[in-house]
Design a binder for this molecule. Structure first.
Ligand SMILES: Cc1cc2nc3c(=O)[nH]c(=O)nc-3n(C[C@H](O)[C@H](O)[C@H](O)COP(=O)(O)OP(=O)(O)OC[C@H]3O[C@@H](n4cnc5c(N)ncnc54)[C@H](O)[C@@H]3O)c2cc1C
Ligand code: FES
Length: 267
């Protein structure tokens, strides 16, 4: 999708639960008391604290799961807004607008490799769920790496889907000892039509893209660019992308992304 977005649900939800899953990592569920719009895997929501101006701006979060009138996000506390989110109690109100962004593209690849770093597993749950339901002939693998084992969350949800999961920790405390991107070449089977999808810190995305390019595989990356409006209005979220004829121009992460063809980004 491109351009300023329309048909966006804007309202508030009541906090149903806000559970600490691991150190500084929470799962927040919001009840909106009416059916939510269709939200595709990889699309996101802007959350904003109601009735105040500190913080002034909303913040973007991947939609982790949605069912009828419940929307869930999983977040890591890094600064002002996420610290305030961590204090929310059941019954508190939160403003949000969604669905935003483009989401992951549809594909008939036989193997989807999802590469997540840090809190980058969040957009992949809905995608994996969707692939398991609609593409039963294809397979789906999650590669998930963090600095240390205690930062790994939500794996029970992915396990229930029955997909293949490989963990990595930079300190060796769980799974593979090293960077999650090292695992791509271990699960990729040459000759099998495969695509690579990534979400996480920028250096990890770049490393994953380099592996994809080495094997000549399609690769999409979901960017965590800072945003202000999430609606395509403020131009505060631009990234450099390649255009035709070897030129480049800016694209807005909130409407042209957050998922980009990795081959089109100016790394
Ligand atoms: C499409 C999208 C989906 C996202 N999904 C999730 C998600 O599911 N879960 C989650 O925990 N986070 C997610 N993020 C990141 C999340 O938006 C930021 O962590 C959040 O905005 C931080 O707000 P804050 O007020 O707590 O931090 P701030 O006070 O704004 O910043 C605190 C510190 O974190 C740094 N920082 C803030 N945002 C980012 C960023 N995006 N990348 C790198 N450094 C940053 C700042 O430079 C600063 O040093 C997503 C971002 C995008 C764009
Ligand atoms: S956040 Fe305003 S244009 Fe993208």
């Amino acid at each position: 999708m491109s351009g300023t977005q329309r048909n966006i649900w804007h309202g508030s939800g009541i906090v149903e639960t806000n559970i600490e899953l691991a150190e500084k990592t929470f799962r927040l569920s919001l009840n909106v008391q009416e059916p939510l719009p269709v939200i595709n895997a990889g699309q996101f929501v802007m959350l904003r604290l109601p009735g105040g101006s500190d913080p002034l701006l909303g913040r973007p979060f991947a939609v982790y799961r949605v069912s009828e009138n419940i929307l869930e996000v999983v977040y890591l506390v890094v600064g002002k807004m996420t610290s305030r989110l961590a204090e929310l109690q059941p019954g508190n109100r939160l403003d949000f607008w969604t669905p935003l962004g483009n989401g992951f593209s549809l594909s008939d690849a036989a193997h989807t490799i999802m590469v997540a770093g840090g809190i980058g597993q969040t957009p992949f749950f809905m995608l994996a769920e969707n692939l398991c339901q609609t593409q039963t002939e294809s397979r789906c693998t999650l590669l998930y790496g963090t600095r240390t084992a205690s930062r790994i969350v939500c794996m029970e949800d992915f396990e229930k889907l029955g997909i293949e999961i490989h963990l990595a920790a930079e300190d060796g405390s769980i799974g593979y000892h090293g960077f999650v991107t090292d695992l791509i070449s271990k699960v990729y089977q040459p000759g099998e039509s495969t695509r690579i999808l990534c979400c996480g810190p920028h250096p990890m995305l770049h490393a994953a893209f380099q592996v994809a390019r080495q094997f000549d595989l399609p690769c999409e990356v979901s960017l965590e660019t800072s945003m202000s409006c999430g609606l395509g209005i403020c131009y505060g979220c631009v990234v450099k992308c390649r255009c035709e004829a070897d030129t480049w121009d800016y694209r807005r992460t909130c409407v042209d992304g957050p998922v980009f063809d990795a081959y089109r980004l100016c790394w």
